[in-house]
Ligand binder design. Structure first.
Ligand code: CP3
Length: 364
């Protein structure tokens, strides 16, 4: 049996159980805003994939933010694009650029050739999960993750990041059959990928639907949510007698809150455009909520960071309900931390979340 967790606040909040403080972790908490990350990246030949594919490096950088800040969860150091890379699309990260695929999936022949990859090609990810879990030694839980079928399809069809999603949306409206086939392959691949992360030791799973919010209402349900729902339905929810909480984050998805709350996730992640109090009133009895500080707040002085963190906690309110039960809040940013963020401001944030959320519990 694995070592018992010394801090299970994050898992408890995901499952809407009582916690002494509101747990906090940050999307992209391991990354370029940390000088120690940049130093390790330098050692790895200045390459992101050099870090992600090496078990020792991936373990080291996953733990770096936990050494500095009292975070309540660790997240696997990897990327959502490892799955299409394993499908043979040829992932690279140019210096100062975003991701690129050498072989984007744009025509009927490329779509027909697409297959669920051999999980052996992703072995480095599962080895990293096992190694990080050992290195954590029960300090905090480890979150595994993947992209959503739609968000991966955006990169696979566009061939990289995009400002207008022109190619993937053209396929959606002109040849929906092709896009459905890509989404189906992605769905089956992601189910196998996430289950293998749980087998290797991931204690919670998050699906990043980063670009669901660029879709028209109605289209979102058919091309993003329905496939995310299938992924969640295919994932194991228990390991060693512990429930594995599932988190779904659709950036820009605030208007589909009720649909997201009904898609099989335990936790719905929100960006900063949705009020947490309103979200709690709508779906707080059904799912826990994760979020939702604007990452740009972290550029303001520490006092302002603390004030804005308090505002997010107060918007959710004391998690203990009048009837004695608990609703769940996991504090996070509304999107990934910016690479220029001053690390000292992150210390101020984590400290403010822990201290104010303790005060909220005493007052209620
Ligand atoms: O959160 C973490 O600390 C865990 C690691 C993690 C990374 N990417 C590391 C990474 C996670 C969970 C991701 C998810 C991811 N990757 C998403 C979904 C979340 C989101 O931001 O919406 C997306 C869309 C990607 C795709 C991706 N990977 C892009 C667009 C880029 C380039 C942009 C950038 O920030 O440079 C990456 C590279 C990447 N993935 C970096 C990191 C730390 C930067 C790496 C570097 O150059 O050192």
């Amino acid at each position: 049996m694995p070592v018992p967790l010394r801090n299970d606040c994050f898992l408890r909040a995901c499952l809407r159980q009582a916690t002494p403080h509101t747990p906090v972790w940050l999307m992209r908490q391991a990354g370029r805003y940390l000088p120690e990350y940049r130093a390790t990246r330098e050692h790895a030949g200045n390459s992101f994939m050099g870090l992600a594919t090496n078990v020792q490096y991936a373990t080291e950088v996953t733990l770096q933010p936990l050494e500095r800040f009292a975070l309540d969860a660790a997240i696997l150091f990897s990327d959502i694009l490892t799955v299409p890379d394993a499908m043979g699309l040829g992932l690279s990260f140019g210096v100062g650029e975003g991701p690129r695929f050498a072989h984007p999936v744009r025509d009927e022949a490329a779509v027909a050739a697409l297959h669920v990859p051999d999980l052996g090609k992703l072995r480095y990810v599962f080895d990293a999960v096992a190694s990080i879990r050992r290195a954590l030694g029960g300090r905090v839980p480890l979150i595994g993750f993947s992209g959503s079928p739609w968000t991966l399809a955006c990169y696979m069809v566009e061939g990289g990041s995009s400002s207008d999603y022109r190619r993937v949306k053209t396929m959606l409206y002109a040849r929906p059959d092709l896009l459905h086939r890509i989404l189906d392959v992605n769905t089956r691949a992601l189910i196998a990928y996430l289950n293998a992360q749980v087998d290797a030791g991931a204690q919670a799973l998050m699906v990043f639907d980063s670009w669901g919010g660029v879709l028209a209402d109605g289209v979102f349900r058919r091309f993003s949510l329905d496939y995310t729902r299938r992924v969640l339905a295919g994932v194991q929810r228990e390991k060693d007698g512990q429930r594995i909480p599932l988190i779904v984050f659709t950036k820009g998805g605030g208007q589909w809150l009720q649909d997201l709350a009904g898609c099989g996730a335990d936790v719905v992640g929100l960006d900063w455009t949705t009020d947490l109090g309103r979200a709690r009133a709508l779906v707080g009895g059904q799912v826990a909520l994760q979020g939702n500080l604007d990452p740009m707040v972290l550029f303001a002085p520490p006092e302002a960071v603390a004030r804005e963190a308090v505002a997010v906690l107060d918007a959710f309110g004391p998690p203990r309900r009048a009837d004695g039960g608990w609703d769940g809040h996991v504090f996070n940013l509304g999107h990934g931390i910016n690479q220029h963020t001053p690390p000292e401001h992150v210390s101020a944030l984590v400290e403010a979340v822990h201290s104010h959320s303790r005060r909220l519990r005493q007052a209620s």
